[in-house]
Design a protein around this ligand. Structure first.
Ligand SMILES: [Zn+2]
Ligand SMILES: [Zn+2]
Length: 351
Protein backbone atom coordinates (compact mmCIF):
# COMPACT_ATOMS: atom_id res chain seq x y z
CA UNK A 1 0.00 0.00 0.00
CA UNK A 2 1.37 3.37 -1.02
CA UNK A 3 1.69 5.99 1.69
CA UNK A 4 0.14 9.16 0.36
CA UNK A 5 2.05 12.35 1.12
CA UNK A 6 0.44 15.79 1.01
CA UNK A 7 1.72 16.10 -2.54
CA UNK A 8 -0.16 12.95 -3.53
CA UNK A 9 -3.29 14.27 -1.86
CA UNK A 10 -3.13 17.58 -3.70
CA UNK A 11 -2.70 15.76 -6.97
CA UNK A 12 -5.58 13.38 -6.31
CA UNK A 13 -7.80 16.44 -5.86
CA UNK A 14 -6.65 17.70 -9.23
CA UNK A 15 -7.35 14.38 -10.93
CA UNK A 16 -10.74 14.05 -9.25
CA UNK A 17 -11.80 17.44 -10.46
CA UNK A 18 -10.62 16.95 -14.04
CA UNK A 19 -10.80 13.19 -14.58
CA UNK A 20 -9.18 13.46 -17.99
CA UNK A 21 -6.19 15.69 -18.75
CA UNK A 22 -3.48 15.91 -21.38
CA UNK A 23 0.07 15.12 -20.38
CA UNK A 24 1.10 18.76 -20.86
CA UNK A 25 -1.56 19.94 -18.44
CA UNK A 26 -0.75 17.10 -16.04
CA UNK A 27 2.89 18.23 -15.91
CA UNK A 28 1.95 21.87 -15.33
CA UNK A 29 -0.36 20.79 -12.52
CA UNK A 30 2.36 18.61 -11.03
CA UNK A 31 4.74 21.59 -10.99
CA UNK A 32 2.06 23.69 -9.32
CA UNK A 33 1.42 21.02 -6.71
CA UNK A 34 5.17 20.90 -5.99
CA UNK A 35 5.26 24.72 -5.73
CA UNK A 36 2.32 24.61 -3.31
CA UNK A 37 4.24 22.13 -1.18
CA UNK A 38 7.29 24.39 -1.13
CA UNK A 39 5.14 27.25 0.18
CA UNK A 40 3.99 25.09 3.04
CA UNK A 41 7.14 23.09 3.79
CA UNK A 42 9.81 25.55 2.72
CA UNK A 43 12.30 25.44 -0.11
CA UNK A 44 13.96 22.28 1.09
CA UNK A 45 10.87 20.30 0.03
CA UNK A 46 12.09 17.83 -2.57
CA UNK A 47 9.76 16.75 -5.35
CA UNK A 48 9.80 12.93 -5.49
CA UNK A 49 9.90 12.84 -9.27
CA UNK A 50 11.07 15.02 -12.12
CA UNK A 51 8.45 17.04 -13.99
CA UNK A 52 8.68 15.10 -17.24
CA UNK A 53 6.95 12.11 -18.83
CA UNK A 54 8.84 9.49 -16.85
CA UNK A 55 8.53 11.26 -13.53
CA UNK A 56 4.86 11.92 -14.02
CA UNK A 57 4.23 8.31 -15.02
CA UNK A 58 5.87 7.03 -11.83
CA UNK A 59 3.96 9.57 -9.74
CA UNK A 60 0.54 8.74 -11.22
CA UNK A 61 1.33 5.02 -10.99
CA UNK A 62 1.78 5.51 -7.24
CA UNK A 63 -1.47 7.41 -7.07
CA UNK A 64 -3.22 4.67 -9.02
CA UNK A 65 -1.88 2.09 -6.61
CA UNK A 66 -3.15 4.10 -3.68
CA UNK A 67 -6.58 4.56 -5.22
CA UNK A 68 -6.97 0.93 -6.27
CA UNK A 69 -8.74 0.08 -3.02
CA UNK A 70 -11.39 2.63 -3.87
CA UNK A 71 -11.96 0.89 -7.19
CA UNK A 72 -10.24 3.62 -9.17
CA UNK A 73 -7.36 3.52 -11.59
CA UNK A 74 -5.14 6.05 -13.30
CA UNK A 75 -4.61 5.21 -16.95
CA UNK A 76 -2.01 6.83 -19.17
CA UNK A 77 -3.09 6.50 -22.77
CA UNK A 78 -2.42 8.00 -26.20
CA UNK A 79 -4.92 9.63 -28.47
CA UNK A 80 -5.28 8.60 -32.11
CA UNK A 81 -3.66 11.66 -33.67
CA UNK A 82 -0.53 11.32 -35.75
CA UNK A 83 1.52 12.43 -32.75
CA UNK A 84 -0.27 10.06 -30.41
CA UNK A 85 -0.46 12.63 -27.63
CA UNK A 86 -0.50 11.29 -24.06
CA UNK A 87 -3.50 11.70 -21.74
CA UNK A 88 -4.11 10.82 -18.13
CA UNK A 89 -7.47 9.42 -17.22
CA UNK A 90 -8.85 8.70 -13.77
CA UNK A 91 -11.45 5.98 -14.13
CA UNK A 92 -13.24 3.31 -12.16
CA UNK A 93 -11.88 -0.22 -12.31
CA UNK A 94 -15.21 -1.42 -10.94
CA UNK A 95 -16.69 -0.30 -14.22
CA UNK A 96 -14.22 -2.36 -16.18
CA UNK A 97 -14.71 -5.41 -14.00
CA UNK A 98 -18.46 -5.38 -13.74
CA UNK A 99 -19.72 -3.99 -16.99
CA UNK A 100 -19.90 -7.50 -18.37
CA UNK A 101 -21.76 -8.73 -15.34
CA UNK A 102 -25.23 -10.10 -16.00
CA UNK A 103 -26.43 -8.57 -12.79
CA UNK A 104 -28.34 -5.44 -13.77
CA UNK A 105 -27.91 -3.98 -10.30
CA UNK A 106 -24.14 -4.17 -10.71
CA UNK A 107 -24.31 -2.47 -14.05
CA UNK A 108 -26.52 0.32 -12.79
CA UNK A 109 -24.23 0.87 -9.90
CA UNK A 110 -20.96 1.01 -11.74
CA UNK A 111 -22.23 3.02 -14.64
CA UNK A 112 -23.53 5.63 -12.26
CA UNK A 113 -20.05 5.85 -10.79
CA UNK A 114 -18.34 5.91 -14.12
CA UNK A 115 -20.63 8.38 -15.71
CA UNK A 116 -20.90 12.12 -15.34
CA UNK A 117 -23.63 12.20 -17.92
CA UNK A 118 -27.35 12.74 -17.55
CA UNK A 119 -29.84 10.15 -18.83
CA UNK A 120 -30.68 12.28 -21.83
CA UNK A 121 -27.01 12.79 -22.68
CA UNK A 122 -26.40 9.07 -22.36
CA UNK A 123 -29.16 7.99 -24.71
CA UNK A 124 -28.04 10.55 -27.27
CA UNK A 125 -24.38 9.64 -26.84
CA UNK A 126 -25.18 5.95 -27.28
CA UNK A 127 -26.91 6.59 -30.58
CA UNK A 128 -23.94 8.59 -31.82
CA UNK A 129 -21.55 5.83 -30.78
CA UNK A 130 -23.60 3.25 -32.62
CA UNK A 131 -23.76 5.42 -35.73
CA UNK A 132 -19.99 5.96 -35.65
CA UNK A 133 -19.14 2.30 -35.10
CA UNK A 134 -21.88 0.46 -36.97
CA UNK A 135 -22.83 2.72 -39.82
CA UNK A 136 -20.00 4.95 -40.86
CA UNK A 137 -16.96 2.73 -41.48
CA UNK A 138 -14.41 3.66 -42.82
CA UNK A 139 -15.25 7.28 -41.94
CA UNK A 140 -15.86 6.23 -38.32
CA UNK A 141 -17.40 9.60 -37.66
CA UNK A 142 -20.62 11.52 -38.20
CA UNK A 143 -21.05 14.98 -39.64
CA UNK A 144 -22.66 17.62 -37.44
CA UNK A 145 -25.74 17.44 -39.67
CA UNK A 146 -25.99 13.74 -38.97
CA UNK A 147 -25.40 14.26 -35.26
CA UNK A 148 -28.32 16.70 -35.11
CA UNK A 149 -30.57 14.42 -37.12
CA UNK A 150 -29.84 11.60 -34.70
CA UNK A 151 -31.04 13.87 -31.89
CA UNK A 152 -34.21 14.64 -33.83
CA UNK A 153 -34.85 10.94 -34.40
CA UNK A 154 -34.39 9.89 -30.77
CA UNK A 155 -37.28 7.91 -29.35
CA UNK A 156 -39.41 8.33 -27.40
CA UNK A 157 -38.30 11.93 -26.93
CA UNK A 158 -36.48 13.71 -29.73
CA UNK A 159 -33.94 16.28 -28.59
CA UNK A 160 -34.41 19.77 -30.03
CA UNK A 161 -31.55 21.05 -32.12
CA UNK A 162 -30.31 23.76 -29.75
CA UNK A 163 -30.24 21.34 -26.84
CA UNK A 164 -28.49 18.73 -28.99
CA UNK A 165 -25.79 21.27 -29.78
CA UNK A 166 -25.29 21.97 -26.10
CA UNK A 167 -25.01 18.27 -25.34
CA UNK A 168 -22.52 17.76 -28.16
CA UNK A 169 -20.38 20.64 -26.89
CA UNK A 170 -20.48 19.19 -23.37
CA UNK A 171 -19.52 15.72 -24.60
CA UNK A 172 -16.60 17.24 -26.51
CA UNK A 173 -15.40 19.35 -23.59
CA UNK A 174 -15.40 16.31 -21.31
CA UNK A 175 -13.41 14.20 -23.74
CA UNK A 176 -16.19 11.72 -24.62
CA UNK A 177 -16.44 12.93 -28.20
CA UNK A 178 -13.90 14.52 -30.51
CA UNK A 179 -14.91 17.24 -32.93
CA UNK A 180 -12.64 17.73 -35.92
CA UNK A 181 -11.86 20.83 -37.92
CA UNK A 182 -14.31 19.45 -40.47
CA UNK A 183 -16.97 19.48 -37.73
CA UNK A 184 -17.24 15.72 -37.73
CA UNK A 185 -17.77 13.89 -34.46
CA UNK A 186 -16.04 10.70 -33.44
CA UNK A 187 -15.30 8.86 -30.20
CA UNK A 188 -12.96 10.72 -27.88
CA UNK A 189 -9.91 9.25 -26.22
CA UNK A 190 -11.71 9.13 -22.88
CA UNK A 191 -14.42 6.93 -24.39
CA UNK A 192 -11.81 4.56 -25.76
CA UNK A 193 -10.36 4.18 -22.26
CA UNK A 194 -13.39 4.24 -20.00
CA UNK A 195 -15.91 2.62 -22.28
CA UNK A 196 -13.65 0.00 -23.88
CA UNK A 197 -15.23 -2.95 -22.01
CA UNK A 198 -18.72 -1.74 -22.75
CA UNK A 199 -17.87 -1.07 -26.40
CA UNK A 200 -16.48 -4.57 -26.76
CA UNK A 201 -19.44 -6.24 -25.12
CA UNK A 202 -21.87 -4.22 -27.20
CA UNK A 203 -20.25 -4.20 -30.61
CA UNK A 204 -18.15 -7.36 -30.46
CA UNK A 205 -14.62 -7.78 -29.20
CA UNK A 206 -12.16 -7.59 -32.11
CA UNK A 207 -9.84 -9.88 -30.15
CA UNK A 208 -12.33 -12.70 -30.33
CA UNK A 209 -11.71 -13.35 -33.97
CA UNK A 210 -14.72 -11.45 -35.18
CA UNK A 211 -12.61 -8.70 -36.63
CA UNK A 212 -13.44 -9.31 -40.25
CA UNK A 213 -17.13 -8.88 -39.82
CA UNK A 214 -17.05 -7.12 -36.48
CA UNK A 215 -17.50 -3.41 -36.20
CA UNK A 216 -14.82 -2.53 -33.69
CA UNK A 217 -11.25 -2.53 -34.93
CA UNK A 218 -8.08 -3.04 -32.98
CA UNK A 219 -4.58 -1.78 -33.72
CA UNK A 220 -2.22 -4.56 -34.81
CA UNK A 221 0.65 -2.85 -33.03
CA UNK A 222 -0.65 -1.66 -29.65
CA UNK A 223 -3.74 -3.93 -29.47
CA UNK A 224 -5.92 -1.02 -28.39
CA UNK A 225 -9.24 -0.12 -29.97
CA UNK A 226 -8.92 1.83 -33.17
CA UNK A 227 -11.37 4.39 -34.50
CA UNK A 228 -8.94 6.48 -36.53
CA UNK A 229 -5.83 5.27 -38.26
CA UNK A 230 -4.96 3.16 -41.29
CA UNK A 231 -6.17 -0.03 -42.89
CA UNK A 232 -3.95 -2.57 -44.64
CA UNK A 233 -4.69 -2.49 -48.38
CA UNK A 234 -4.27 -6.27 -48.67
CA UNK A 235 -7.32 -8.01 -50.10
CA UNK A 236 -9.76 -8.85 -47.26
CA UNK A 237 -6.98 -8.20 -44.77
CA UNK A 238 -8.51 -7.08 -41.46
CA UNK A 239 -5.34 -5.37 -40.18
CA UNK A 240 -5.67 -1.82 -38.85
CA UNK A 241 -2.98 0.33 -37.29
CA UNK A 242 -2.83 3.71 -35.54
CA UNK A 243 -0.98 6.48 -37.33
CA UNK A 244 1.69 6.79 -34.64
CA UNK A 245 2.02 3.01 -34.42
CA UNK A 246 2.43 2.86 -38.20
CA UNK A 247 5.17 5.50 -38.07
CA UNK A 248 6.92 3.44 -35.46
CA UNK A 249 6.73 0.27 -37.54
CA UNK A 250 7.97 2.02 -40.66
CA UNK A 251 10.87 3.70 -38.90
CA UNK A 252 11.85 0.27 -37.55
CA UNK A 253 11.76 -0.95 -41.15
CA UNK A 254 8.83 -3.24 -40.43
CA UNK A 255 6.76 -2.46 -43.49
CA UNK A 256 5.29 -5.88 -44.12
CA UNK A 257 1.76 -6.63 -42.91
CA UNK A 258 1.83 -9.26 -40.17
CA UNK A 259 -1.26 -10.88 -41.57
CA UNK A 260 -1.30 -10.78 -45.37
CA UNK A 261 2.43 -10.07 -45.83
CA UNK A 262 1.81 -7.30 -48.33
CA UNK A 263 4.49 -4.59 -48.33
CA UNK A 264 3.22 -1.23 -47.12
CA UNK A 265 6.05 0.32 -49.07
CA UNK A 266 4.58 -0.60 -52.40
CA UNK A 267 0.92 -0.66 -51.33
CA UNK A 268 0.19 2.16 -48.92
CA UNK A 269 -2.41 1.61 -46.20
CA UNK A 270 -5.64 3.54 -46.64
CA UNK A 271 -7.08 5.96 -44.10
CA UNK A 272 -9.73 5.05 -41.55
CA UNK A 273 -11.49 8.02 -40.01
CA UNK A 274 -12.73 11.17 -41.67
CA UNK A 275 -9.83 11.21 -44.13
CA UNK A 276 -11.43 8.15 -45.70
CA UNK A 277 -14.24 10.22 -47.17
CA UNK A 278 -14.29 13.45 -49.18
CA UNK A 279 -15.29 16.72 -47.57
CA UNK A 280 -18.41 17.04 -49.65
CA UNK A 281 -19.88 14.16 -47.71
CA UNK A 282 -19.76 16.18 -44.51
CA UNK A 283 -22.95 17.93 -45.53
CA UNK A 284 -25.06 14.89 -46.16
CA UNK A 285 -27.71 14.12 -43.65
CA UNK A 286 -28.15 10.59 -42.47
CA UNK A 287 -31.50 9.05 -43.13
CA UNK A 288 -33.78 6.94 -41.04
CA UNK A 289 -33.31 4.30 -43.67
CA UNK A 290 -29.56 4.26 -43.36
CA UNK A 291 -29.89 3.24 -39.73
CA UNK A 292 -31.18 -0.10 -40.85
CA UNK A 293 -28.36 -0.56 -43.25
CA UNK A 294 -25.29 -2.13 -41.80
CA UNK A 295 -22.70 -2.74 -44.38
CA UNK A 296 -19.21 -3.62 -43.35
CA UNK A 297 -17.64 -1.33 -45.90
CA UNK A 298 -18.61 1.76 -47.82
CA UNK A 299 -19.80 4.92 -46.21
CA UNK A 300 -23.09 5.55 -44.55
CA UNK A 301 -23.01 9.11 -45.70
CA UNK A 302 -22.62 8.44 -49.34
CA UNK A 303 -26.24 8.21 -50.36
CA UNK A 304 -26.96 11.37 -52.24
CA UNK A 305 -30.49 10.21 -52.90
CA UNK A 306 -31.63 10.46 -49.33
CA UNK A 307 -33.80 13.52 -49.14
CA UNK A 308 -33.47 14.41 -45.51
CA UNK A 309 -31.17 17.33 -45.32
CA UNK A 310 -33.62 19.64 -43.64
CA UNK A 311 -31.11 20.48 -40.96
CA UNK A 312 -28.32 21.10 -43.34
CA UNK A 313 -28.58 24.85 -43.79
CA UNK A 314 -29.08 25.99 -40.24
CA UNK A 315 -26.24 23.87 -39.09
CA UNK A 316 -23.31 26.24 -39.40
CA UNK A 317 -24.55 29.23 -37.46
CA UNK A 318 -26.08 27.18 -34.71
CA UNK A 319 -22.95 25.11 -34.38
CA UNK A 320 -20.95 28.16 -33.44
CA UNK A 321 -23.36 29.05 -30.69
CA UNK A 322 -23.07 25.70 -29.05
CA UNK A 323 -20.84 26.12 -26.11
CA UNK A 324 -22.90 24.94 -23.22
CA UNK A 325 -22.07 22.85 -20.26
CA UNK A 326 -24.50 20.47 -18.76
CA UNK A 327 -25.13 20.50 -15.10
CA UNK A 328 -27.76 17.87 -14.87
CA UNK A 329 -26.65 15.45 -12.26
CA UNK A 330 -29.08 12.63 -12.79
CA UNK A 331 -27.27 9.59 -14.07
CA UNK A 332 -28.47 6.31 -15.45
CA UNK A 333 -26.84 3.23 -16.78
CA UNK A 334 -25.85 2.84 -20.37
CA UNK A 335 -27.97 -0.25 -20.79
CA UNK A 336 -31.31 0.93 -19.52
CA UNK A 337 -32.55 3.01 -22.39
CA UNK A 338 -31.79 0.47 -24.99
CA UNK A 339 -33.80 -0.20 -28.06
CA UNK A 340 -32.45 -3.70 -28.33
CA UNK A 341 -33.69 -4.35 -31.84
CA UNK A 342 -31.63 -1.44 -33.08
CA UNK A 343 -28.43 -3.17 -32.19
CA UNK A 344 -27.41 -5.65 -34.80
CA UNK A 345 -24.03 -6.11 -33.25
CA UNK A 346 -25.40 -7.22 -29.94
CA UNK A 347 -23.43 -10.37 -29.98
CA UNK A 348 -21.94 -12.82 -27.61
CA UNK A 349 -20.80 -11.25 -24.42
CA UNK A 350 -17.68 -12.45 -22.79
CA UNK A 351 -18.73 -15.05 -20.28
ZN1 LIG B 1 -1.81 1.39 -32.09
ZN1 LIG C 1 -2.55 -7.01 -44.43
Amino acid sequence: MVRFTDLHRIYVQVLLSRRFISEDVAIVLYKRAVAAMKTVKGDNFEAPYSAGRKGLQSFVDEIGEGLAELGMQVVVTRDESKEGKYWICLSYTAFTAQVNSDNVEDQNDVTKLASDLSSLEISYFRRIISEVIEQSYPANSVSSVQALNIAGDLEPTPIPKSQAQEILAALVSRGWLLKSARSRYTLGTRSLVELAPWLKSTFGDPEEGGEEDGFLKECVQCNKLLIQGLKCPGRDCPVHVHLFCYDRLISANRHQCKNCKISWRTSEPTPVGEDAIPRREDDYATSRRSKKRRTGGGTATGDADEGEDELEDEDEEAESRANGTQNQSQTVDLESEEEEDERPAQRVRRH
